[in-house]
Unconditional design. Sequence first.
Length: 528
Amino acid sequence: MMNFIHNILFSVIIIISISKIESSAESDDFQNYKKPPFFENRNVIVHLQDMLYSDIEFECQHFLSLETYAAVQVSPVTEFQWFENHPWDERMYVSSYKINNASGNEEEFIKMVNTCNQQNVRVLVDIAINNMGTKEVKTECPVCGRETSFGPDFFHKACKLEFWNYRNSRQTVLECQIDEKRDLIQVKKNGMINWKIVQFLTRLINIGVAGFRILLADHMDPNHLLRIYNSLPDLQFAPGTRPFIYHDVYNPLHGNMWVIKDDLYAKNTRVTDYSFTVLLTNLFLLWRKGYSFEGYEGWSKKYALLPSSDVVVFNFNFQTRAERTNTLTPHPKLENFSFLDSSNDKAYKLSTLFLLTQFHGIVLLTSTPKSNNKKAPNYKNNRITPFKASKMKIDEWDKSEWNGEHRWSEIYRLVEFHNSLRKGVTEEKLPKVNNWFAWDKHLVAYCLDDKAFVVINSSGDSFRKPLTTCFNQNGYYCDIITGGKNPNKNECFGDVIVVTQKQAFIVGSGYVGMMLFHYQHMYQILYY
């Protein structure tokens, strides 16, 4: 009898919760999830791809907070199916909404979130809620659960997604399964699904998570997603603040060919701007095919990119890294397009400089394991191989297993510079690119108001001609990327330019690779 009453009460609670979810979209359409709750106007997220929670906690405490990273992006935290070869998208085959996988258990996750928040580094979580894994598991999985227990009626009928569907059938894209992942029905008649998702996301918020990247968002209806978001509570550490949410919408050609338009997903949340990534790839990876810096001035308006307030921008992410040409079968939307990643470290570093000196959108960097792009990181005792970083020497970590791009000196110095120009400044007053000068297809120089001077030379040849800067004061200026100004002496740790009457003359071997000069890194005034 007691079990019968308990089941009735439980059903009533579910019905009431589902009713609230269904009414939320109509009553709260204009809630905004675009503003990140970052500390001191910081703006750079780093995805520590598939890393152990204990390692992420260590990075928050001993590195990310010190180098002014705003937030850490965490790979999906749910249980997932394990496969013999551990493919790169293994975590997308969700088996339950329980927090427990190869990165750690719920206790370790909570400890990591608390530490990161104490260090003013926010935690964002990758969320795969569109599908549940159904591939046959070929290896024993000690942490696979079946907590959600969705039955056959909760999934769309199996159908194959073909290349041309992205061009002509939005409904097919929304309902058909991706690879062999069963597609959940997120509509009102199956409110139980939305209720379980709300329950899961609420749990993460109550732990202290600041927001979410919604993976495969372009395979879900944005109105159904909004219904879920509007049912979530405010952030646990910031009452009255809504979660920060951005949709992963895979539209690298910005809607020119596809029926799924990224701007549909940017009404209340931000979206990942793959069009921006394509532009960076054209400039820094494909320049040998005729792409040039000439004509790229004012690129955001010229190429009709989404507004800065709507986007998260990046030069590569875990998905584009895995889908580079000749690495995996190319994604059907991209056919034979090749993306950047850090395996070409020169192109990666140059593109990161460009990315962090445009002040467009929120910036996402990715720090990756040193595994074949087709595979997840190596496992040890059912857990990801540890990162093994040093808190004493920031350039030391297990380089045999991890690329660790977020600890590369060029990258973290660029992050510090980017955030230094944002501190205490409104979006409207962020530095603007001016004095754009492009030489041939290899070199570009430009100013950020009168605050900084950027030089990018993608060729291997030295460039020695004087360049026009926007610095008002004559003097010696130090390159931040190679070390900046020595605080104890009147000298630079690395490269130097001499500025006279706004003309910059390079000292040494010439402009090679990338250089970034800041008005505060001047060590001697010249009076002439």
